[in-house]
Design a binder for this molecule. Structure first.
Ligand code: COA
Length: 214
């Protein structure tokens, strides 16, 4: 359960602002999660959520105390474009899981998701003082993987062939960021993930281990 005090009033970025969800956002959720492409990218089941499933999800995981969910609005005009959340908040170990869905598809690939993610990470690390934020993403979700890497998430593992989609198996990729990595990014230092931890979508190390000196 997420303590009320953990919720920010709002998180303001350059182009997006994150606000608490209200019941008025439910019709947008119904529309987003009825979309086969959104379901394809976000659900373990290949099919979109049924309307009653969306309603239960919205009541429990969006408005309810199970997770720290925030609505993503464009700053200019306030259009509601998506949702993001921290779930599984574990104060003992300082960890949580991150989730994000930009439901308005015309808003994909414009940097809004990355900005919303950075706002949530700033809240998680700098206000809540969490130690670790994890997430999982399907191997075929190249846009999301690219965005998460750009933000600074590191691949830490993969559940092999966890997803059956489009007639074949795909891995589920686990990524995470630690508080010290966030701090280094904020201060402009570069973090160097260990090659064994950071692997590309095919499982190959991204950076070849250095052999010998220069
Ligand atoms: C994943 C998501 C949150 C990313 O947010 P976004 O605002 O679209 O992402 P950004 O624009 O910040 O970054 C996307 C990056 O992927 C690139 N990209 C866009 N479309 C792409 C595609 N089809 N394949 C690969 N890369 C793509 C963009 O060029 C950008 O990289 P760049 O900044 O280096 O040019 C958003 O697209 C989304 O919600 N998608 C649907 C639901 C989903 O997949 N949720 C995540 C589940 S783990």
């Amino acid at each position: 359960m997420v303590a009320r005090a953990w919720f920010p009033h709002e998180l303001v970025g350059e182009r997006v602002v994150l606000r608490r969800h209200t019941p008025a956002n439910l019709p947008a959720f119904r529309r987003w999660y009825a979309d086969p492409e959104v379901a394809h990218l976000t659900r373990y089941q290949g099919e979109p959520m049924r309307p009653d499933e969306v309603d239960r999800f919205f009541a429990a995981r969006v408005l309810g105390p199970d997770s720290l969910a925030m609505a993503i609005h464009l700053r200019g005009g306030g259009r509601l474009i998506g949702t993001c959340a921290l779930s599984g908040l574990d104060p003992d170990n300082g960890s949580a899981l991150f989730h994000i869905t930009i439901g308005e598809k015309d808003c994909w690939g414009k940097g809004y998701g990355s900005e919303a993610t950075r706002l949530m990470l700033a809240h998680a690390f700098e206000t809540l003082r969490l130690h670790r934020i994890g997430l999982s993403v399907f191997e075929f979700n190249e846009r999301a993987i690219r965005a998460y890497r750009k933000i600074g998430f590191v691949v830490e593992g993969r559940a092999r062939e966890a997803i059956w989609r489009d007639g074949r198996w795909w891995d589920e990729i686990m990524m995470s960021m630690l508080d010290r990595e966030w701090a280094a990014l904020r201060t402009g230092q570069t973090t160097v993930p260990s090659p064994s931890a950071e692997a590309d979508a095919a499982g190959r190390p991204l950076a070849a281990p250095r052999r010998g000196g220069r």
